[in-house]
Design a protein. Structure first.
Lengths: 253, 127
């Protein structure tokens, strides 16, 4: 799938396949250009075909890894790859985890003196849940117009916005209606959940290719769905694919 | 009143880049290709007084490990002779042909082969 879609960066959460085998699978028969970004994380692995001077790890914590991308064309940005804890075990902790993540990202941004952050990963929350939309959580809004105001003031403090383009992916009948299917007979059941998300600071939103945003339902000619649900024998989540047109920013200078 | 002026003569760019450094970088990239990026090579400049010196390491990213396999150096004003150092033994290499023969020998040596096999096997056992 990565080679077929010519992905520059591949973020994997909860993968069972050994990194060694993934490198061989990614590189065999191709230009052998995918390398692993050295991380200590137990939850995330990041592969890229970008040179080491263009994509480099700059920090990580338990469930998040930070990679600075400085493309040859266009301005750079901070990629925050995230795998937040599951609500199956401790749903109360999710809001706290989102709050800690938001603060951690702001610390990175302050240190770098730049707020161009793209957050991607398995957030284990839907776009409408408190940890995602809450002002002291990720403060992510569905509206690019609202996000373009850069921050909102709550109490006497400013909280920076994320723009969340994932809202339109929820329930899209054309493909999958989310990235994760769950039906265990709970009183409130969404069936399809949009746990896998990409969020971005408003400075990056103009370069986000909305048409490219999709949950992949096929990989290498094989369907990732079975009987209208995710085929968990392959993966229990659907891959999220999107493109950021940073060269467009350079062209408009 | 005196004025500043450029006292340098004309400086023409060289016809081609230095072969030894380029050759080391090529081998470093070739190792990554041959091992599907499980291992890669890294060439770094090394500080030696009056010399230009470069090392080549084998890097195993999955193990956060690097092993220095060789060092070359030459006078700052002349590419040859090169001093090649491998396994604490240094050899003087008077020209391009002898440098390439020496480098081929180092990369094909039992020692380097064992290191590569060991690093590949250890990388395979990483989750």
């Amino acid at each position: 799938l990565a080679r077929q879609r010519a992905a520059d960066v591949l973020v994997l959460a909860e993968g069972q396949i050994r990194t060694f085998d993934l490198l061989y699978a990614l590189n065999t028969g191709g230009a052998a250009s995918y390398r692993v970004v050295p991380l200590q994380s137990r939850f995330l692995r990041v592969f890229t075909n970008l040179p080491a001077r263009v994509a480099r790890a700059v920090g990580e914590s338990d469930r998040s890894s930070y990679i600075k991308i400085d493309p040859l064309i266009g301005r750079g940005f901070l990629l925050a790859a995230v795998h937040l804890r599951s609500k199956l075990y401790d749903s109360d902790a999710q809001l706290i985890a989102a709050r800690l993540l938001a603060h951690e990202i702001q610390d990175f941004e302050q240190e770098a003196g730049d707020n161009r952050t793209l957050l991607v990963g398995d957030l284990n929350m839907n776009p409408f849940e408190d940890g995602i939309v809450g002002v002291d959580g990720l403060n992510a809004t569905m509206s690019e117009t609202v996000a373009s105001k850069s921050h909102r003031t709550f109490g006497n403090r400013d909280y920076p916005f994320f723009y969340n383009p994932m809202w339109r992916m929820m329930g899209d009948p054309a493909v999958a209606q989310g990235s994760y299917y769950f039906d265990k007979g709970h009183a409130i059941t969404y069936y399809w959940n949009t746990f896998d998300q990409v969020l971005m600071r408003p400075a990056l939103a103009p370069f986000f290719d909305h048409q490219s945003l999709q949950f992949c339902v096929n990989a290498g000619g094989q369907s990732l769905l079975r009987n209208g649900r995710i085929d968990s024998s392959i993966s229990d989540h659907l891959p999220l694919l999107f493109r950021l047109n940073l060269e467009q920013e350079e062209a408009t200078k | 009143m005196s004025t500043y002026q450029d006292l340098w003569p004309e400086i023409a760019p060289p016809a081609e880049p230095s072969l030894p450094l380029g050759m080391l970088k090529y081998q470093a990239a070739a190792l990554a290709q041959k091992t599907n990026q499980v291992l890669n090579g890294e060439v770094r400049a090394v500080q030696l007084v009056g010399k230009l010196a470069y090392s080549m390491d084998i890097v195993a990213p999955l193990l956060s490990y690097r092993y220095r396999i060789l060092l070359i150096s030459h006078d700052v004003d002349s590419v040859y002779p090169i001093t090649g150092t491998f396994e604490q033994e240094s050899e003087e290499l008077p020209d391009e042909a002898s440098f390439i023969a020496w480098l081929r020998g180092v990369l094909a040596s039992d020692r380097v082969n064992k290191i590569i096999n060991s690093l590949l096997a250890s990388s395979m056992s990483v989750a």
